[in-house]
Ligand binder design. Structure first.
Ligand code: EPU
Length: 434
């Protein structure tokens, strides 16, 4: 068992370099399957979700060459199989992107049901299937734990698709499937997250014809072939936001480097309301908190709204603010499994359906804690950094899925955080679905 041991109460000072975006990398790596050539991807984050994505491609026959810790070359010219293994796809959510990519390139895909963070509610993929079906695929979802999708002609046909919900995953999957389809595809009510634009830019740099990514309507004119090239992945908006939230909770001053300021506006706006100072300088943000935190209300929304993937971290900040704040989760039906852990530390939070009522307290107290998903784990790290006393956080493999070298980066900012390995206790082990 590996855990973080954190002795809290130290303000953070210094500089932190933000890594490549997880949710862009886990879309762009599968998208390399569409490319009949060698893709060189730069600014790849070193996180376990990326390792799994690369292994998934390798299992299908892709040649992967690591150039340096953040650069890989992926050659998908000689793919052997369009059927994935069972175990690996179940460990990450993004494995569903293999359906769009394989279907788009080869007209057929058999992909084990995706895993991903369990927020305590459903994570349907009906909109992905709606898109593939509109493009002429037949999709079966209940065959031995696999999703089967195929076309009779071997090539999808462009279609007009209106998404009933704004879905990041469905927008990305349909965009991939449409890149090599015959004719034009239009996605209406598309998601606008930075990683959607990044995927479109990647595909366009390989020869695709995609317009409108970042708006409600994306238009894709199918092309016959994508060829190789070099592409650098954008910085991680949520990793940057997590460090901003950490400074807000602990106090101190940190220069957050390698960010795209526009992507951070939705997070910056809320931290300013809490009395945190944020100064933008080119591709950096200087974050400082020297006075007590003020209360605010937060509602998660699709981009450019406040991101759901920052909701647990922001709620943690608000546990230390003066007054009562309301947090409303409106993207997922439920995402408050971490709240009981914060309560162990003395936080006063009441969850009523999608709303958390957060009554600020003077301080949190260190406690034994368990991460229940990636962002929940990040929130607990922030809480532990700000708390009086020592916390031990277990199930940290969730955190390692999406944060590169979080221990090293926080230690460089003066945090007292250690990664401690302990022998597994029989009967208490197992990575489970991450
Ligand atoms: N939805 C449907 N039908 C669908 C797809 C989605 O009803 O076919 C609903 C979902 O139930 C949810 C909403 O639409 O209520 C949004 O889901 P979305 O499809 O946008 O989420 P996702 O693609 O599965 C990605 C990120 C998540 C992030 C969400 C929302 C990846 C790999 N995952 O998930 O990131 O929370 O978008 O922004 O990109 C994380 O990084 O911690 C994480 C969970």
């Amino acid at each position: 068992m590996t855990k973080y041991v954190i002795s809290g109460g130290r303000p953070l000072f210094g500089e932190v370099e933000i890594s490549g975006a997880k949710n862009a990398a886990v879309a762009i790596i599968p998208a390399a399957l569409l490319v009949d050539g060698v893709c060189r991807l730069e600014n790849i984050p070193q996180i376990s979700d990326v390792t799994i994505c690369l292994k998934l491609l390798e299992q299908l026959g892709a040649q992967i060459r690591s150039i340096n810790p953040h650069t890989v070359e992926i050659d998908c010219r000689h793919i052997r199989s369009t059927r994935t293994s069972y175990d690996l796809p179940c460990r990450i959510r993004a494995s569903y992107y293999l359906i769009g990519a394989l279907l788009g390139r080869f007209g057929t895909a058999e992909v084990a049901m995706p895993g991903g963070c369990n927020f305590g509610g459903p994570r349907p993929i009906d909109q992905h299937i709606k898109g593939f079906t509109a493009m002429g695929a037949q999709v079966f979802t209940a065959e031995g734990g696999f999703i089967h999708a195929s076309t009779e002609s071997g090539r999808l046909k462009g279609a007009s698709i209106y998404l009933d919900v704004v879905s990041v995953g469905a927008t990305i999957n349909i965009m991939m499937a449409a890149a090599l389809a015959e004719g034009n595809t239009v996605i209406d009510n598309a998601a606008k997250e930075p990683h959607i634009v990044d995927l479109a830019n990647f595909l366009n740099s390989m020869g695709a014809n995609i317009r409108g990514a970042g708006t409600d309507t994306i238009k894709i004119q199918g092309v016959d072939r994508l060829s190789g090239g070099t592409y650098a992945i954008i910085p991680d908006q949520i990793e940057a936001g997590t460090y901003m939230a950490a400074v807000a909770a602990t106090g101190g001053q940190v220069l957050i480097k390698n960010i795209i300021p526009k992507h951070m506006d939705c997070i910056t706006a809320k931290l300013l309301e809490c009395g945190v100072e944020v100064e933008q300088q080119d591709d950096t943000l200087l974050v400082r908190r020297s006075s007590p935190l003020k209360r605010t209300n937060v509602k998660t929304l699709p981009y450019p709204g406040f991101p759901t993937d920052m909701q647990p971290q922001m709620t943690t900040v608000l546990t230390l603010a003066q007054g009562t704040s309301l947090v409303t989760e409106s993207v997922w039906s439920s995402r408050y499994r971490y709240v009981d852990e914060l309560k162990r530390m003395g936080a006063k939070i009441q969850v009523d359906d999608k709303t958390a009522i957060v009554e600020g307290v003077d301080h949190l107290t260190g406690a034994p804690l368990q991460a229940s998903d990636l962002r929940a784990g990040a929130a607990l790290v922030i809480a532990a950094l700000a708390a009086h006393g020592v916390s031990e956080i277990t199930q940290i493999y969730y955190v390692e899925r999406g944060y590169e070298n979080i221990v090293g980066k926080l230690r460089a900012l003066g945090a007292d955080i250690r990664l401690v390995e302990e022998p597994d206790q029989p009967g208490l082990t197992g990575m489970g679905v991450s």
